[in-house]
Write a new protein. Structure first.
Length: 528
């Protein structure tokens, strides 16, 4: 251990605070930019609040009242600052030890984020891990740079101690100036990052406040309650209705568009008799209907999980089109999002009895920002890229000949009916299962036509029908369950479904591009 003078230790503590402060704030900035619901600091705070004994929470609420959150954040900042200062001192005394300490804090932050988002990584994917990792990485790099500079200064100053005053101020002075300049730059960068982060979070707070004032309208036509026979009593089976936080998210938006509901407008343009412009209050006043619809991504591989089922609340698209008056000749609606994304949907699918809707509600809540707040399209039976425009701002009535949508210019088909498909979710492929009866379960879908049968084939043998739950509707997926007696050894099990018209799922193996994957989902089981 090398002995350091008191001022050196104070400088090292400051280095620690600046390094960790900058790292955390920069990570907050990136998280805030990506999505209003991503934040390592909030996740760590939330986890702390979760694990603190109830007595302490009661005491905090009693002593600080409604400012308890504010004081909690101040307290958290203090604890982080003290730990960061200690890490700085440690790094000065023992090279790399401080960095390891910061790395450990980062790891704890990562665990807190994981604990908070348990099971819901699906929504924002790996993005939730970005914030703690980035914070740790930036803090470590900056701490290393600053402490190395500090060391350089102390080393020169120390080695020159025996020389006379005049000859030692020169190099030591240079090193000192370099160090101070680094400290100054870091402080400025930290302050700037803090300002930008505060600005982003401020506008998001305004969005949150405006959002909280909104009330999800009542459905004029509510969805019928789900029959008990639609939900199989099978442990671990995919839930029939996908919770919003677990709903797959696919879009081209790097940063989730955060739309202030007070500024939002929906326009109907193009081949119409009367253009329409409508604000959110007007939209929410329209007669709403509620439907369970299973939407899917064209990029979903056979057996994949880019599919989800929700109870959507919305206004039928055909109603707004009728108000606008569609001119003869039109055959497509080009929907546009606030971020420029467009989808081309056949006019037919927007106006027929399938109930395409401008959705504002998802499973009883306003749309989450990630899923298109304040309004998006939901068109039963079509893949998302040709129908499910989120952050919807415009419906242009047009023709396939005149307009081309975002993905149609990028090698994907411009008509996108969802291919009927099925999936084995239980057990996971590659599982070892004990000898005796093996229970399997999964999902099947054939939107617009419904599923009439699900069948399994073991090791290429005959197709055997399995138990099929009742469907919520033709537009939703259906759960299935089976019990197989398998011999010891390795087995391949495949699944297929039959739709409501008797059409058997296609065995032709196709990749997602250009119009959706096909083929049978197969799993391997080791029975022993
Ligand atoms: N604005 C916008 N809307 C979009 C997309 C997009 O990239 N931008 N992607 C579409 C695609 S490809 C799919 S599969 C669905 C996914 O909807 P979800 O993220 O709510 O599951 O949204 C559609 N709507
Ligand atoms: Mo998609």
């Amino acid at each position: 251990m090398n002995k350091q003078s008191k001022p050196a230790l104070l400088w090292a503590a400051l280095c620690g605070v600046l390094a960790v402060g900058f790292g955390l704030l920069a990570a907050e900035l990136v998280a805030g930019f990506l999505s209003p619901s991503l934040s390592a600091v909030t996740a760590v705070g939330g986890t702390v609040i979760d694990v603190v004994p109830p007595g302490v929470k009661d005491w905090a609420i009693a002593s600080f009242g409604t400012s308890d959150k504010f004081f909690f954040l101040i307290g958290m900042a203090l604890v982080i600052a003290i730990l960061a200062a200690l890490a700085g001192i440690l790094e000065l005394k023992r090279k790399s030890w401080g960095l390891v300490a910061v790395g450990i804090f980062g790891l704890l932050g990562l665990l807190a984020v994981l604990a908070r988002s348990a099971g819901s990584l699906a929504g924002n994917g790996v993005l939730v891990l970005v914030s703690p990792l980035l914070a740790a990485a930036l803090s470590i790099v900056l701490l290393r740079v600053l402490i190395n500079r500090l060391r350089g200064w102390r080393a020169v100053a120390g080695s020159l101690q025996n020389l006379d005053e005049a000859s030692r101020t020169q190099p030591a002075g240079q090193e000192r100036r370099l160090f101070l300049r680094n400290i100054g730059l870091s402080a400025a960068a930290t302050a700037l990052t803090a300002l930008v982060t505060a600005a982003i979070r401020g506008s998001q707070a305004a969005y949150q406040a405006a959002r909280e004032k909104l009330k999800l309208p009542m459905a004029q036509q509510a969805a019928a309650p789900i029959s008990a026979n639609a939900q199989l009593a099978l442990n671990g089976i995919t839930s029939l209705v996908t919770p919003n936080k677990q709903f797959y998210r696919i879009d081209t938006a790097l940063a989730v568009p955060v739309i202030n509901p007070n500024d939002w407008q929906l326009k109907v343009t193009g081949l119409v008799d009367r253009e329409i412009s409508m604000n959110l209050a007007e939209l929410l006043n329209q007669p709403m209907q509620e439907r369970y619809v299973t939407i899917a991504c064209v990029s979903n591989e056979v057996g994949g999980d880019l599919i989800g089922n929700a109870r959507w609340l919305g206004w039928p698209v055909r109603e707004i089109l009728a108000k606008a008056g569609v001119k003869p000749g039109a055959d497509m609606v080009l929907s546009r999002s606030s971020d420029g994304f467009t989808a081309s949907t056949p006019l037919q699918a927007m106006t027929d009895q399938r109930d395409a809707m401008i959705a504002v509600g998802m499973n009883g809540e306003l749309l989450p920002a990630e899923h298109g707040f304040p309004a998006r399209l939901i068109v039963p039976g079509l893949y998302g890229f040709v129908s499910a425009t989120k952050w919807l701002t415009e419906l242009k009535v047009t023709t396939f000949a005149a307009d081309v949508a975002y993905w149609s210019t990028r090698g994907w088909s411009d008509h996108g009916p969802i291919k009927q498909s099925s999936r084995i979710d239980l057990p996971r492929s590659g599982s070892a299962v004990p000898a005796g009866p093996t229970v399997l379960g999964g999902m099947a879908w054939a939107q617009q036509r419904g599923v009439s049968k699900v069948e399994l084939s073991v090791d290429g043998g005959d197709w055997q029908p399995v138990k099929l739950a009742s469907a919520i509707s033709k537009d939703t997926w259906v759960q299935w369950q089976a019990e197989l007696m398998l011999d010891r050894g390795e087995h391949q099990v495949r699944v297929r479904c039959v739709d409501g018209l008797g059409e058997v799922q296609s065995s032709e193996v196709a990749p997602p591009a250009p119009d959706g994957s096909s083929g049978y989902h197969q799993i391997t089981l080791r029975v022993g």
